[in-house]
Design a protein around this ligand. Structure first.
Ligand code: PMP
Ligand code: GLN
Length: 380
């Protein structure tokens, strides 16, 4: 393993999901639903397979049907107009979109400012690009960005701001004021922005605002999303980028040599998913809101300090009230102690102290699974 990837062995998600399987525990670690997405979307994938659409290499930028549906979705939900031919790129999940964006846009030695705790692939992809990550730490209990601190982190080497809203793992949803301040800094310092919005539809009360819609941002922002979370098909790995033609062309250049193209039949199915009526998105949110409250209340009753998330399907907790200090030790022991798996937030921080006592649980599981997990945690 080269120096850039030293210390980045196995992702925490793989480690903890393997632990869940080995111990037969309830897995509230890795974020994947235990109920698949809509039947009609699955049927659309089967139809595409049967009818021979996408069984051979699809076009590099993605099948036209999906690119059009992505552009329509950006218009319908965010009022953003993108040309499906030159401003949309289909990727192998948001994960590849993040990798291709960073590999395409960064020079070795560039600095990337990213909120920490950060989703684990950010650190790895910034490192693979030979760039340096500069964390802006979100701290308990509010987990909101300190925008003066953000300003102070900008140097002549800063090239890109990498933001994530709704934010995994804290559930913070950036407000329009916070986004406006970030956008102003990007314009003032002529920075690129990559924004990971995979949880764009998973917001509870708070509204999701895409930074690309703000003044001066359309041409400097790479917006990233994916079908995994919105449609409960994390295994399909269909993601996308929307940006100006120049930025999309750059990201496409990198994508060509990572995967060349993404799997075909699923693209046709996701095109149909993106056109589902508003009731689909409203029901998804309402179900998750109920699950969020179930888990937050249960964790609180079990003695955790739970920070109620405004978005995503994760709850971050502090284990200090349980007399515990170290989230990594706690998560390694938890399956043996009570048959539940969670993720230690410390692995998403450079500032390990800021995340030491924080532990993340997901609530994208059946109500009865959440209830059983809570019952087990209450016996801790
Ligand atoms: N970004 C964030 C913040 C995530 O939580 C995830 C996990 N779904 C991804 C990106 C990766 O998305 P995908 O599964 O579409 O690659
Ligand atoms: N995004 C999911 C999470 O944060 C899982 C992603 C993964 O396993 N790489 O739990």
């Amino acid at each position: 393993l080269n120096r850039r990837l030293a210390g980045m062995g196995t992702t925490v998600f793989a480690e903890m999901s393997a632990l869940a399987t080995a111990t037969g525990s309830i897995n509230l670690g890795q974020g994947f639903p235990d109920t698949d997405g809509p039947e009609e979307v699955r049927e659309a994938a089967v139809r595409a397979l049967r009818e021979g659409r996408g069984n051979q290499y699809p076009p590099g930028p993605g099948v036209p049907e999906l690119r059009t549906a992505i552009a329509e979705h950006q218009q319908r939900f965010h009022g953003l107009a993108y040309d499906p031919d030159s401003e949309v790129l289909v990727t192998a999940g948001a994960t590849e979109a993040i990798a291709a964006t960073l590999l395409a846009l960064l020079e070795p030695g560039d600095e990337v400012i990213a909120f920490e705790p950060f989703y684990d692939s950010y650190a790895a992809c910034i490192a693979m690009a030979g760039a340096t990550r500069v964390p802006l730490t979100l701290r308990a209990p509010s987990f909101r960005p300190d925008l003066d601190e953000l300003r102070s982190l900008i140097t002549p080497r800063t090239r890109l701001l990498l933001i994530n809203t709704p934010h995994n793992p804290t559930g913070t949803v950036l407000t329009s004021e916070e986004l406006a301040a970030i956008a102003e800094l990007a314009v003032e310092h002529d920075l690129l922005v990559a924004t990971d919005e995979v949880y764009e539809h998973l917001v509870f009360g708070a509204a999701h605002h895409p930074i690309a819609a703000l003044p001066g941002m359309r041409g400097r922002t790479v917006s990233i999303s994916s079908a995994g979370k919105t449609f409960s098909f994390t295994g399909w790995k269909v993601g996308w980028v929307t940006a100006s033609p120049d930025l999309v062309a750059a990201v496409r250049t990198a994508k060509q040599y990572l995967t060349y193209v993404s799997a075909g039949p699923f693209q046709y199915a996701v095109a149909e998913a993106l056109r589902l009526p508003d009731t689909y998105f409203d029901t998804l949110r309402a179900d998750l809101l109920r699950k969020r409250d179930l888990l937050v209340d249960g964790l609180t009753a079990a003695g955790f300090r739970a920070f109620t998330p405004e978005g995503t399907y994760f709850v971050t907790t502090d284990i200090t009230p349980l007399g515990e200090k170290d989230g990594i030790e706690f998560c390694r022991a938890l399956p043996g102690r009570c048959g539940v798996v969670a993720i230690p937030n410390a692995v998403f921080y450079d500032d390990v102290e800021a995340g030491r006592s924080l532990v993340r649980f997901t609530f994208c599981k059946k109500d009865e699974v959440l209830q059983e997990a809570v019952a087990r945690l209450r016996r801790l």
